[in-house]
Design a protein around this ligand. Structure first.
Ligand code: SAM
Length: 198
């Protein structure tokens, strides 16, 4: 709804500005410059309204500091097999792999999938990580001992039966920002991290 309202408002705004430009006979180079600036602003504004599990929403990612907090909370190290469901640009997996962990990233957005592969290579951890382009609903995650998720509650809840069916007892699930309908084993309030144990 918010998305539709914002889009309608922006289209209306653009129409009024175009009308003013035409009535005032302002030259076309200026008009083109204005249109480019407008499109950039439109993309930034729209991306801010997109939910975190929609592709092409640039700011919904885990930063370096939060990735380190996830590693600390999950005690991720050499013995860890980390799955990041919707791995984005691979930030958490790359940080984990630098500590010797193995990891699998499943990402539906082809661009982010590609970026995560390139970043893993650039960081020299490609041999520790595997990236899969597709939906995490379609892949078995039973060899994980840590699962990372940064997804909206609706998507998290859809994953609960999968977690119940596939995860070994003792597997840690760490959710950034959103809580799941499970009893948390630990909460890192400052970094908005919720840890659950299967
Ligand atoms: C909020 S971003 C988090 C990205 C990354 N985990 C991070 O923390 O930086 C959510 C990601 O989940 C991906 N995603 C959403 N649904 C998915 C699905 N069914 N299968 C795989 N990836 C999915 C989106 O494309 C997006 O990159």
């Amino acid at each position: 709804m918010r998305f539709i309202l914002l889009s309608l408002f922006l289209v209306l705004f653009l129409t009024i500005i175009l009308f003013v430009f035409l009535v005032l006979h302002i030259n076309f180079i200026l008009l083109n410059l204005f249109l480019v600036a407008f499109l950039i602003i439109l993309l930034v504004l729209l991306s801010a309204t997109w939910p975190p599990d929609s592709p092409w929403s640039p700011q919904w990612r885990t930063d370096y500091k939060t990735a380190q907090a996830i590693i600390k909370l999950g005690k991720i190290g050499k013995a860890s097999v980390v799955y990041d469901l919707g791995c984005g640009d691979g930030e958490v997996l790359i940080a984990a792999a630098k500590l010797g962990a193995k990891g699998v990233g499943i990402e539906i957005d082809p661009l982010r999938f590609f970026i995560s592969k390139i970043r893993a290579k650039k960081n020299g951890v490609s041999d520790h990580l595997r990236f899969i382009k597709g939906s995490f609903h379609d892949y078995d995650i039973s060899d994980a001992n840590v699962v990372i998720v940064y997804l909206i509650p609706k998507t998290l809840n859809r994953l609960l039966p999968k977690f119940e069916k596939e995860l070994k007892k003792g597997t840690k699930i760490i959710s950034y920002r959103y809580e799941m309908k499970l009893k948390p084993a630990k909460i890192d309030k400052k970094n908005r991290l919720y840890m659950y144990v299967a």
